[in-house]
Design a protein around this ligand. Structure first.
Ligand SMILES: Cc1cc2nc3c(=O)[nH]c(=O)nc-3n(C[C@H](O)[C@H](O)[C@H](O)COP(=O)(O)OP(=O)(O)OC[C@H]3O[C@@H](n4cnc5c(N)ncnc54)[C@H](O)[C@@H]3O)c2cc1C
Length: 372
């Protein structure tokens, strides 16, 4: 039974684990956080990712947890309404489409649930070194003893440790966007009922929505920040920075900022795309944001992670012991789809053909096409 280590237990990691377990692999997942991480905004599942979810037996449970947003009000910096829509979502989908919008932590919990007790989890740990030998990869950890695996798969997000250990410094692979997101949960002190508020200008923006039957809000504030400025900030410094960068924004922001102090589960990070000439090296491969983060602005990170995990696991199952061919097929099949979705970021959303390009990139391929 091939023995696989997956780094990262958010979306790509458990999805990949599920498919590898189904194919008979022995799976260990190492996750830096001490326990499953809560938090995150609503994320979208679209196109072939909906088929992946259905194939996992989650075709009813995921839609049951979808957000029930009925529409969105777009405000100006002072909080005055400039648009009200029941059609277009902030990431370019439609409120009435077959897309599923679900909170990241709800989806992550379902993915862990379908894996059941089969994977071995190493929470609160991280890889420190990877040494590839002809017959396996020697993995060293901060806390767990060194162990040899047949394959190591990095599903550890934008600042992937596996990428750093196998491919070197992250800098050449990141295309920084100069913007950070700060996301946290608060009580629904705005009394929003299935309705989202959003604002965006050249330097800042926010999306605020209700969840948990309108009892809770998820607050997402975006502002200018470089990757260098982000490094080394502790929780208190992050909170101070958020307050400073959001100080000029009016409307609902001053009220929700009051809840920032008490929050422990702050998701905070400068955004970037990940563009790599190859996602695989020897016995090591990357999946999801670790290999090809498209950035939250495309709304496609979760779908790419789900689809990438499925395609990679299928190719490994097909290839048996021949991981080299499986990795090569994974790259060939995923690359055009990944590129089309990453390129969405640089599209002019006001262009006359923008909606067609957007939908073609997201939906214009089937799982059959991706599996060849
Ligand atoms: C807490 C959280 C909140 C998020 N909120 C949003 C959001 O609101 N909007 C949005 O668009 N995207 C959000 N994302 C990112 C979104 O989940 C991904 O873009 C997308 O779903 C692809 O998932 P992924 O599994 O590839 O990467 P991620 O979801 O980023 O998961 C990476 C996982 O790897 C773990 N990890 C990191 N470093 C190590 C290490 N050294 N060793 C072991 N494990 C490690 C992380 O803790 C995390 O669990 C969030 C991610 C997290 C973890």
């Amino acid at each position: 039974m091939p023995k696989v280590l997956i780094s990262g237990a958010s979306i790509a990691g458990p999805a990949l684990a599920y498919w590898l377990l189904e194919a008979g692999y022995e799976v260990t997942i190492v996750e830096r956080a001490p326990e499953p991480r809560p938090g995150g905004q609503a994320i979208d599942i679209r196109g072939p990712a909906l088929d992946v979810i259905a194939a996992m037996g989650l075709g009813e449970r995921v839609p049951a947890l979808r957000t029930r947003m009925k529409g969105m009000t777009v405000l100006d910096i002072a909080g005055n309404e400039i648009e009200r829509t029941t059609e277009r979502t902030a990431t370019g989908g439609r409120f009435d489409s077959g897309d599923i919008e679900i909170f990241r932590d709800d989806l992550a919990a379902l993915l862990r649930e379908v894996c059941g007790s089969r994977p071995r989890y190493l929470y609160g740990d991280s890889l420190t070194a990877l040494e590839t030998r002809p017959d396996g990869v020697v993995a060293s950890f901060s806390r767990h003893p060194t162990e040899v695996f047949d394959l190591v798969l990095g599903a550890d997000g934008l600042h992937s440790k596996v990428r750093q250990l196998a491919f070197g410094d992250e800098e050449p692979f990141l295309r920084p966007l100069g913007v950070a997101f700060a996301i946290w949960a608060s009580p629904n002190l705005l009394d929003l009922q299935d309705w989202q508020l959003s604002f965006r200008d050249e330097t800042a923006g926010y999306a605020i929505y209700p969840t948990r039957d309108n009892r809770e809000l998820r607050v997402n504030i975006g502002f200018a920040l470089t990757l260098d400025e982000e490094r080394g900030l502790d929780l208190a410094a992050r909170k101070a920075l958020i307050r400073e960068r959001a100080a000029a924004i009016g409307g609902p922001v001053p009220r929700v900022l009051e809840t920032l102090e008490a929050t422990e589960d702050l998701y905070f990070g400068a955004l970037a795309q990940v563009r790599m000439p190859s996602w695989c090296k020897g016995r090591i491969a990357l999946v999801g944001d670790a290999g090809y983060c498209p950035s939250p602005f495309t709304g496609q990170g979760t779908s790419l992670a789900l689809i990438g995990a499925f395609v990679l696991a299928r190719e490994l199952a097909r290839g048996g012991a021949d991981h080299e061919t499986a990795f090569a097929q994974y790259e060939t099949r995923m690359r055009p789809f990944v590129k089309a979705n990453q390129d969405l970021l640089f599209r002019d959303r006001a262009a006359p053909d923008a909606d067609d390009v957007f939908n073609e990139a997201k939906m214009g391929i089937s799982l059959e096409d991706l599996l060849g």
